[in-house]
Design a protein around this ligand. Structure first.
Ligand SMILES: Nc1ncnc2c1ncn2[C@@H]1O[C@H](COP(=O)(O)OP(=O)(O)OP(=O)(O)O)[C@@H](O)[C@H]1O
Ligand SMILES: [Mg+2]
Length: 402
């Protein structure tokens, strides 16, 4: 039995009831020598001093104690197992020790790397959030010029209509005054011819026909400006810390189309095949950004003149919105790369290659996907598929950050 202990590859120390050492094996002596290099042939009983008092106590009650301890000078880590008989059993107590310094170092190195990775991941997540924001700000900046133009147009004709209205009102007042003069004269009937001449001179018939049109046109202009301002407000609404809400994707798509319309209107005809669309739990301002990137890409894919087909629908518990263009299409070998950040085939200054990467992330965050169907020369269809309801755990504000 004692011979067997001597060939064991861990240090074994048999302990007497008074706490002394009754036997130690070869490995125990080697371990004692390792821990006390300055003492020639150190007593292996010194190893027992490494065992914490609590370990003896626990082993006395439970039969065993297992743990790792550092030597007093912190130079080595030992794995210590104390085995003991418990009350009622014949006395038996022994300690098994092994030097696990290398393993502990590896584990702590692994832990350190894990912590570092965790920190890097958090930083990356933060950077991504910033990227999303800056891309959003950049696209808003890029759109601002277009939107300004869109607003400028109606404001321009409302302004010119107001000038015309002012003239008309001047004429009408002059006419009312002339009528009043005629009525006050002793013989109003005699003024009929001169009144008729004045009506013709002021072109009253034309004014009567034109006035309602001017007012209608001006009202439309103001409504268009109001709508664009509303859409822009909705589009740029930053609701990062809010939880996802059931939202009207169609409203989002339409307001986004309105915002990018200035970029599209000269070359694109938009067709709409809207099917059923239930409220979809999402951050609508982010989904709007996806729509914007897809619409701008579709417009840019159309060289001269073409069509963008917008369609919506629901499929089980998923809703979808697709943007299809009759543009240049995407070659098969390129299709796998278009969602990569910074992949672009557009000239410098026209594209940064972030649009689809951002769209992909936003949709993935919503537990959805973007499906692509494209044929070079024929056009491309991007289909955004989103679950109508988010999985329970992820609908919380905490998971809203990208
Ligand atoms: N509808 C489309 N038709 C054809 N090619 C497309 C279409 N949408 C995207 N692509 C291709 O995918 C590439 C990446 O698109 P993405 O929107 O990520 O970047 P970008 O449009 O080049 O630049 P950015 O969107 O940052 O201004 C585009 O450069 C283009 O080659
Ligand atoms: Mg793009």
């Amino acid at each position: 039995m004692l011979w067997a202990l001597d060939v064991a590859d861990t240090a074994v120390l048999l302990v007497s009831p008074d706490g002394g050492l009754t036997h130690s094996n070869q490995r125990a002596r080697a371990l004692a020598a390792l821990l006390h290099p300055d003492t020639p042939d150190p007593d292996p009983a010194r190893l027992l001093a490494c065992v914490p008092d609590a370990a003896w106590e626990v082993a006395g009650h439970e039969g065993r104690w297992i743990g790792e301890i550092e030597t007093r000078d912190a130079s080595r880590v030992l794995e210590v197992k104390v085995f003991s008989s418990v009350a009622g059993q014949p006395w038996r107590r022994y300690v098994v020790m092994s030097d696990v310094t290398a393993r502990a170092a590896r584990e702590s190195e692994l832990q350190r790397r894990h912590d570092e990775l965790q920190r890097t991941y958090s930083r990356l997540a933060g950077a991504q959030e910033q990227l999303l924001q800056s891309e959003k700000m950049a696209s808003i900046g890029q759109l601002a010029a277009g939107v300004a133009h869109e607003i400028n147009n109606p404001i321009g004709y409302v302004h010119s209509n107001l000038g015309t209205l002012q003239e008309y009102i001047g004429s009408l007042f002059a006419l009312v005054e002339a009528y009043q003069g005629a009525l006050d004269s002793p013989d109003p009937v005699a003024s009929r011819a001169s009144m008729q001449a004045m009506r013709e001179r002021l072109d009253l018939d034309f004014i009567t026909g034109d006035l309602p049109q001017l007012l209608e046109e001006s009202r439309e202009g103001i409504e268009r400006v109001t709508k664009i301002v509303q859409d822009l407000k909705e589009f740029s609404h930053v609701g990062r810390n809010e939880s996802m809400r059931p939202s009207d994707l169609l409203k989002g798509l339409e307001s986004t189309l309105n915002i990018v319309w200035n970029d599209l209107k000269y070359k694109v005809r938009v067709e709409k095949h809207y099917g059923e669309l239930p409220p979809v739990e999402c951050h609508l301002s982010e989904i709007n950004q996806v729509f914007m990137n897809l619409l701008i890409n579709a417009g840019q894919a159309i060289e001269d003149r073409g069509t963008i087909l917008l369609a919506t629908g629901v499929d089980g518990d998923e809703a979808w919105v697709s943007v299809a263009d009759s543009g240049c299409g995407i070659p098969e070998d390129v299709q796998a790369r278009i969602f990569d950040p910074f992949y672009t085939t557009k000239p410098i200054g026209r594209g940064t290659g972030l649009g689809l990467a951002i769209a992909y992330r936003i949709v993935a965050k919503h537990h959805g996907r973007i499906e692509l169907n494209s044929r070079p020369g024929a056009g491309s269809t991007f289909r955004v598929v989103l679950p109508v309801r988010q999985p329970a755990a992820d609908a919380s504000p905490a998971s809203a950050a990208l």
